[in-house]
Design a protein around this ligand. Structure first.
Ligand code: AHR
Length: 496
């Protein structure tokens, strides 16, 4: 291990920036592979401890992350999901074929009530994605009524008959998913009109106010965002652009190879590592691009940008169903996550929500489970846990003056500061000097996530290869000094 010149990270503690919404730490659970069935949900008759069929160990592990919202039921699955098939007695629920993901039969045992129970157990806000691709306006409108209306109505009577008297609170509603692709192969203008129409009939019942999110662009397709923004704006006419839908989404995956050969999650060399980090860094260009287009139509930044799918996408683990998107997760994935969070924090004024794909057993997961009740916390899990103090904190500016392999961000909340630092160099350790302006740290503590190699991962038999440990901090005249090992992520937290 060699030590390069110290990087200087300047933090302006007394220059408050935008609030970092807790919803930037959101999650995504699709009926895909073993995310729902076998991941979150094992059924009431399973020998694996469960509450109403929901795995207790999974819930306990995720509660430590303070998950703010959970997007469901897809993804591509959302546009072939018919919610009425997933309510009522389980034995009466019709089955369907999940044509997107492995052509497996879906028994609809995990439906609306089960999802809402899961959100309650997690303490997460539900973010439901409705079906535009193969559904109807009436079907989506009925779902909103079923979930959120109080009093008496056709849908409310059905909900009550299924055991739930009180309406639920649903803050976030998606108007379809990837309408340019699996959600209907639409052109931008055609979808924009449909989104306006569907959004109109997704009513606010009683006190429930929906935040409607139009299905957005694929990575840097700015023309898609422009079509959506154009469809709701009339600059100078006095109408608020966010009246019809309140946000537009975008999806961006870190794919270091090609779609056909994405590369192995665990078997990679330094070139692959650097390509991955470069791809992950690109999320900043993408967010900046969409924000600039939105600024032109919505200079007051009333419409939110939502990155509701992000993360690494590798070849599936050898021997697993190609349609199930099951992949391992290494220290490299953890750094992709920490880099994304630094970018999210910097763009928190326009970027109001983000959802990693996906929470359990699919793509860049927090948790990997096996059929016998084994549970593994991935390196990415630990980044979410170490960074959770940024949720709803006030971002403060950070300047990395020397050290282009260092990524950093910081926030303040309730008299405490949290600073996140990544050493992206896969080979060399880096001394870092934290140069703190406008405040002093009192009793700082450091935490470090690193591993023997960037390829290191956690498994059921060896679950703590990559796990947080204390980080040594030395006082400096205006701050702190520390050594970040190669390929590592660290947090410094302190009163100030
Ligand atoms: O997350 C997996 C899939 O990726 C989602 O279903 C889809 O929206 C995206 O293409």
């Amino acid at each position: 291990m060699t030590t390069a010149q110290a990087a200087r990270v300047v933090v302006d503690l007394d220059v408050p920036g935008p609030t970092i919404s807790r919803h930037l730490y959101g999650h995504f659970a699709e009926h895909l592979g073993r995310c729902i069935y076998g991941g979150f949900y094992v059924g009431e008759d399973s020998p694996i401890p469960n509450e109403g069929g929901i795995r207790v160990d999974v819930v306990e592990a995720l509660r430590a992350l303070n998950i703010p919202n959970l997007r469901w039921p897809g993804g591509c699955f959302a546009d072939e999901y018919h919610w009425k098939d997933g309510i009522g007695p389980k034995a009466d629920r019709p089955t369907m074929v999940n044509t997107h993901w492995g052509n497996v039969e879906e028994n609809n045992h995990f439906g609306t009530h089960e999802f809402m129970a899961l959100c309650e157990l997690l303490g997460a806000d539900p973010y439901i994605c409705g079906n535009v691709g193969s559904g109807t306006v009436q079907e989506m409108s009925d779902w909103v009524e079923y979930l959120t209306r109080d009093g008496d109505s056709p849908m409310v009577r059905q909900r009550k008959a299924n055991g739930r008297d009180e309406p639920w609170r649903i803050p976030f509603w998606g108007i379809g998913n990837e309408a340019w692709g699996c959600g209907g192969n639409m052109r931008a203008e055609a979808y924009a009109d449909l989104a306006r129409r569907y959004a109109t009939y997704c009513r606010d019942h009683g006190d429930n106010q929906l935040y409607r999110i139009a299905a957005g662009a694929n990575k840097d397709d700015l023309t898609w965002t422009e079509a959506l923004m154009k469809s709701i704006s009339c600059l100078g006419c006095g109408r608020d652009p966010q009246n019809i839908f309140q946000a537009v989404s975008v999806h961006y995956y870190t794919v270091a190879g090609t779609w056909e050969e994405k590369g192995s999650a665990t078997d990679f060399d330094l070139d692959d590592y650097h390509r991955t980090i470069a791809q992950a860094r690109d999320v900043e260009r993408i967010i900046r691009g969409h924000s600039a287009v939105m600024d032109a139509y919505d200079p007051e930044r009333k419409v939110g940008l939502v990155l509701d799918e992000w993360g690494t996408w590798w070849d599936v683990e050898p021997g697993t169903n190609p349609g199930f998107l099951y992949q391992q997760n290494t220290m490299r994935d953890a750094l992709v996550a920490s880099l994304h969070f630094d970018v999210f924090h910097r763009h928190a004024e326009r970027l109001v929500m983000a959802n990693i794909a996906q929470t359990v057993n699919v793509l860049q997961a927090m948790l990997l489970t096996d059929g016998d009740g084994g549970l593994v916390r991935t390196p990415t899990y630990h980044v979410f846990e170490m960074n959770k103090g940024h949720q709803d904190a006030t971002g403060v500016p950070v300047h990395v003056v020397e050290g282009q392999e260092v990524s950093a961000s910081a926030s303040v909340k309730d008299g405490r500061v949290l600073i996140s630092l990544s050493n992206l160099d896969p080979v060399s350790a880096r001394d870092v000097v934290l140069d703190l302006r406008g405040g002093e740290l009192r009793q700082p503590t450091g935490r470090l996530l690193t591993a023997p190699k960037p390829q290191s991962c956690n498994t059921v038999s060896d679950p703590d290869v990559v796990a947080p440990a204390p980080l040594g901090l030395e006082p400096e005249p205006r701050g702190l000094r520390m050594t970040l090992p190669p390929h590592s992520f660290a947090t410094v937290s302190s009163a100030w």
